[in-house]
Design a protein around this ligand. Structure first.
Ligand SMILES: *Cc1c(COP(=O)(O)O)cnc(C)c1O
Length: 244
């Protein structure tokens, strides 16, 4: 079991290195985020011990369940699932340092309020729905700039870039445009020169499409299956806000 994870991590690192080489990028420019939904703390710790430090959950319940167990292993925790506003206090309590899935103003405003009351700040990414179907979450591409302009006025939430889930398809010619679109939106936002907005991070690419994402400029790739193995539930389960 331990060997599996270590072997898979090596394979992923090789894929990252190759994709970076092909794209003329440095491997250090791409951070590997471990997508740990349904993975036990024990297995997560194996990957952390191998030197990977960035992990992310989709659901507050799992974040909570693994929190104690993971305290002894150095790591940074992001959140990549659909976030309901009534769960914001848990995001702070369980020390999430970046919510990658902010896709609406009211969520950012409620985060702001909670952060203010605790005298904290938090990094966020704006999730964009670049595929128009695979996930119903994420702001529409054409509304992203306006959303960023509004959220930028909130001084406790710090925009660090954009996140997307590419189209689920084996057809590369349908996946790549999603990542190109995210890159294009990033550049438009940079052009707009909005105070307090950083566009450093592009979180895109998963087990099946990380090479394409890296070629198109990903700085964070989020990988689960290719490291920890297949999940028993379909992904729609993890992305459905109605199942808690
Ligand atoms: C599960 C998940 C991933 C990782 O997907 P894999 O195909 O298992 O690599 C990435 N991003 C998000 C938002 C996820 O929910």
């Amino acid at each position: 079991m331990e060997n599996d994870i270590l072997l898979h991590l090596k394979e992923i690192q090789n894929r990252i290195n190759k994709a970076c080489e092909k794209a003329g990028r440095k491997a250090e420019e791409v951070q590997l985020l471990l997508a740990t939904k349904t993975v036990s703390s024990e297995r997560i710790k194996i990957a952390l011990a191998a030197g990977y430090r960035l992990i992310a959950e989709n659901k507050i319940q799992e974040l909570k369940e693994k929190f104690e167990d993971l305290q002894s292993s150095t790591h940074t925790s992001h959140f990549i699932g659909h976030l309901q506003t009534n769960k914001i206090k848990e995001i702070l309590k369980y020390q999430v340092s970046c919510v990658q899935s902010v896709d609406r103003l009211d969520l950012a405003e409620k985060l702001q309020k909670k952060l203010e009351s605790e005298n904290k700040t938090m990094d966020i990414l704006i999730q964009v729905n670049t595929s128009n179907e695979a996930s119903k979450f994420g702001v529409a591409p054409e509304n992203t700039l306006a959303l960023v302009q509004e959220i930028a006025k909130l001084d406790r939430v710090r925009i660090q870039g954009l996140m997307t889930i590419g189209l689920f398809s084996d057809d590369e010619s349908k996946v790549r445009p999603c990542f190109q679109l995210l890159k294009k939106i990033q550049q438009d936002i940079v052009q707009a020169n909005i105070p307090h907005v950083n566009m450093r991070e592009l979180s895109m690419g998963m087990s099946g499409d990380l090479e394409i994402a890296i070629e198109e400029g990903a700085t964070i790739i989020r990988v689960g299956t290719a490291i920890f193995g297949k999940r028993i539930y379909p992904d729609s389960y993890h992305w459905n806000e109605n199942i808690v």
